[in-house]
Design a protein around this ligand. Structure first.
Ligand code: IFM
Length: 434
């Protein structure tokens, strides 16, 4: 049976960045840099979910979800990323877990959704091996507190974004453009996942520890450079799936300098399940004459010969092509590359302008993608959950508040939650498919 849920992440919804001993994160700092966030905003208040979890819970109950995917803020739990725990931070998530369970909702936490404690970023961040070790300690301390009630865990969310948008394109925190560091960061994110899984399993072998990846179906336009297509595929998908499934890095990518003997043996087989975040396929074409093929996103694929992304309409306001067949191809591909590994769709959704609360375009998007999930599940693929992104309109990273993915809008100023038509539609869908 598929579990239907919704997803959020701590930095995007919580706010309360100074509350009860939370330390600063790399994203708090990144938001202060002129030009880093499109609308000059930050996430200091966001949806204020830190203080309004009651309201969010009411929305979750109204939807009838079987699971809620949220993330735990590392700097709230361990303000400097190592050393003493902030008791108030752990208490906060402990209460969330209890309240979800009391309402029949399975807590589905992610341990790292990009908000690295700033002290760790200043000590080298993910390109430094020590960050992977600290992550495993943090994972262990969270599981030691919540592990009696939480059985399924995600370690990392979309490590590609942290590594390649953060260290190659430089458009995400920490805003660095040194591709070799991106490969080192990628390796340490995988290593951190594997070390955390080891520590969590040592506490209780029954914990199901997975990793959430933003994988993409990569489509080649006729004039595309084959090597560019291979590099895009390898950096988006293979650099994560191959070490996890095969214990090796794909030929098309630079082998990280950070690789030590024994690391790949540790990483191989370390994911009890894989979460797929799918929004759009990537269509790779020849470079465009006016920009020599190097757009902001192309910089996130170091080593690729010049190319351009050529999304075909219809597009969401993120400029992402809408194509549910890409989800089907992707899930089939991942299930072949990771045989026997349960899969989940851990994020899927769309940003639209939402000029009225009647967001028919989002309903169409979700229903088309859910139809794929139902079909694949009926075909016998081991697909366990589907999470719509997102419960709430929230802080969309470098896009600030300019992109709205929520089933529920947030009224500016009052932060009042205003369910859209898609919220009611999803509630009906869940009720009909339970
Ligand atoms: O908002 C993000 C989320 O944090 C990670 N996955 C993609 C979403 C939409 O861009």
């Amino acid at each position: 049976m598929i579990g239907y849920g919704v997803a959020t992440s701590a930095f995007q919804v919580e706010g309360g960045v100074d509350a009860h001993g939370r330390g600063p994160s790399t994203w708090d700092e990144f938001c202060t840099r002129p030009g880093a966030i499109k609308d000059g905003s930050d996430a200091s208040i966001a949806c204020d979910s830190y203080h309004r979890f009651d309201e969010d819970l009411e929305l979750l109950v109204g939807l009838g979800v079987s699971a809620y995917r949220f993330s735990i803020s590392w700097p709230r739990v361990q303000p400097t990323g190592s050393g003493p725990t902030n008791a108030a931070g752990l208490d906060y998530y402990d209460a969330i877990v209890d309240r979800l369970l009391a309402n029949g909702i399975r807590p589905f936490p992610t341990l790292f959704h990009w908000d690295l404690p700033l002290a760790l970023e200043e000590a080298g961040g993910w390109p430094a091996r020590d960050t992977a070790l600290r992550f495993a300690e943090y994972a262990d301390l969270v599981v030691s507190r919540l592990g009696d009630r939480v059985g399924t865990w995600a370690t990392m969310n979309e490590p590609w974004c942290t590594a390649f948008l953060g260290f190659a394109a430089g458009v995400f925190a920490p805003g660095i453009r040194e591709p070799k560091l991106a490969f080192d960061a990628a390796h340490h994110l995988l290593l951190g996942h594997a070390l955390a899984a080891e520590a969590m399993h040592a506490r209780d072998a029954a914990h199901e520890v997975g990793i959430v990846l933003n994988l993409n179906t990569v489509r080649a336009e006729p004039e595309a450079d084959a090597q560019a297509v291979a590099v895009v595929e390898a950096i988006q998908n293979g650099i994560w799936l191959d070490p996890l499934a095969l214990g090796s890095y794909p030929d098309a990518v630079l082998v990280p300098r950070a690789l030590h003997d024994g690391d790949l043996e540790l990483i191989r087989g370390s994911a009890d399940w894989v979460g797929i975040n799918y929004y759009t396929p990537f269509r790779v074409g020849a470079p465009l004459a006016d920009e020599a093929g190097v757009g902001q996103q192309a910089e996130a694929f170091p080593g690729a010969p010049p190319f351009s992304f050529r999304p075909r309409g219809p597009l969401t306001t993120m400029g992402w092509e809408i194509d549910p067949t890409g989800l089907e191809e992707l899930i089939r591909d991942v299930s072949e590359r990771m045989p026997g590994t349960p899969l989940r769709v851990t994020e899927n959704g769309a940003a639209f302008a939402d000029t009225t609360a009647d967001d028919r375009d989002r309903i169409d998007y979700l229903s088309a993608h859910l139809a794929v999930v139902e079909r694949l599940h009926a075909d016998g693929l081991d697909l366990r959950d589907y999470f719509a992104w997102s419960l709430l309109d929230n802080f969309e990273w470098a896009e600030g508040y300019t992109q709205t993915f929520g089933l529920v809008a947030i009224e500016p100023g009052t932060l009042r939650r205003q369910p859209k038509a898609s919220y009611r539609w999803y509630a009906d869908y869940i009720a009909a498919h339970r």
